[in-house]
Design a protein around this ligand. Structure first.
Ligand code: SF4
Length: 391
């Protein structure tokens, strides 16, 4: 008897794409002193907000579900789409009830967006969170710790609660569990990708950005039990890694098109923030903020937004493709995304050198036509299948 999971996926889908964050707002309203903080891509250590009786919700833009009218007046045409959607949401009051907003440093667009939120007087605080690009504990580590202590101060101003060591360790443990469950699902999908579609996986993970981690851990446990079952039949598809979509997200229709075109996505960087820290953060420490800092310095995922001279991203991407036994890489980046597109030639060269096949395309969060990309991906998949058969 197989577990039925479709209703759970539908619920996740609703929560994941609710641009009003009703689920998170309801959670906040249920108890006095709770805090709701919005953070932009890519990564923010949600443990810090959780320990302060808060929920850090990921804001990923309006996607193809919001008409942009005012947002276009704030931005020039030659930058990516995500800031327009987020400004539109802020101006349309989608983000009312949020106590504060965190803008992790990724690029100038996100930096400028934080300034606009400040000018518009959104939330009780707006924090541009500058991540260190120096990975020495005494330099970048000390700087990052100060940044996180500043976030804690802002949270304290809202509800007057300062979490102790025990509360922080508990939050760290919960997010450790969240990451471990997610990785277990990815590991099983690598072998048996037909058991859970990539579209469904994406909705399940994205829902985790808008609900308490305790609730999301229960969902992930259920999904893990589901994918452990011997279900479904393999189809004649290639396995791919998707790279470059770490900030502005492709529309769900595009994600679906990749699968329909003949690809099983076995790894990706779409919701990279949820998987940023590789492995566990120490949850039995006297210095939990220090542990979060250490994890950032030594266990961060690779990304175009991180200075990585000592551990180059191109080598890590090739290693990921090999570990996942992928047949190729799809470079999918938002139009005008500087970090992703500037790195692309370097990453493609690494693929050429390593004999890893790839294709590249661009999208925007409100792309409505997937036909061209579907044809491109379909041709890529066919060429690999035919080539494999020919040798
Ligand atoms: S999509 Fe790229 S350019 Fe746009 S805000 Fe995100 S990282 Fe910056």
């Amino acid at each position: 008897m197989f577990t039925e999971i479709q209703p759970l996926i539908e619920t996740c889908k609703q929560t994941a794409f609710d641009l009003h964050f009703r689920h998170a707002k309801k959670w906040k309203a249920e108890e006095e002193g709770r805090i709701l903080v919005g953070y932009m891509p890519i990564y923010f250590p949600r443990e810090v907000v959780h320990a302060a009786r808060g929920l850090a919700a990921g804001i990923l833009g309006g996607g193809d579900r919001k008409q942009i009218i005012k947002g276009d007046a704030y931005y020039q045409s030659y930058i990516c789409h995500i800031p327009r959607g987020i400004i539109e949401m802020a101006l349309d009051d989608n983000l009312n009830d949020f106590d504060g907003f965190i803008f992790p440093s990724i690029c100038d667009v996100i930096r400028n967006l934080s300034g606009m939120f400040r000018m518009l007087g959104k939330g009780k605080f707006v924090k541009y969170l500058d991540f260190p690009q120096n990975f020495l504990p005494a330099v970048g580590g000390a700087f990052y710790k100060k940044e996180l202590l500043h976030v804690q101060d802002e949270l304290f101003k809202i509800n007057g609660y300062r979490p102790g060591v025990e509360a922080l360790n508990r939050s760290i443990a919960l997010y450790n569990e969240n990451r471990a469950l997610t990785e277990d699902i990815y590991d099983i999908r690598q072998q048996f990708p037909w058991r859970l579609s990539y579209e469904d996986l994406y909705c399940i993970l994205r829902a985790g950005l808008a609900m308490p981690v305790e609730e999301h851990n229960e969902i992930l446990s259920e999904v893990l039990d589901y994918v452990r079952q011997d279900i479904g039949e393999p189809m004649d598809k290639i396995k791919v890694v998707v790279s470059g979509a770490f900030c502005e997200q492709p529309p769900l229709g595009l994600i679906k098109s990749i699968e329909i075109a003949g690809c099983y996505v076995v790894d990706d960087d779409l919701l990279l923030g949820s998987r940023w820290i590789q492995g566990d953060i120490d949850a039995r420490t006297d210095d939990p903020i220090g542990a979060i800092v250490d994890a950032y310095l030594t266990q961060s995922a690779f990304s175009s937004t991180v200075y990585d001279a000592g551990n180059p991203k191109e080598a890590r991407l090739i290693d990921l493709a090999h570990r996942r036994q992928a047949d190729g890489i799809l470079f999918a980046a938002p139009s005008f995304c500087d970090p992703a597109l500037l790195d692309r030639p370097q990453l493609q060269k690494a693929c050429d050198d390593a004999g890893v096949r790839y294709i590249s395309f661009q999208y925007s969060e409100n792309t409505g036509q997937f036909k061209v990309i579907k044809e491109q991906v379909g041709a890529f998949s066919d060429s690999i299948k035919l080539w494999e058969e020919a040798v």
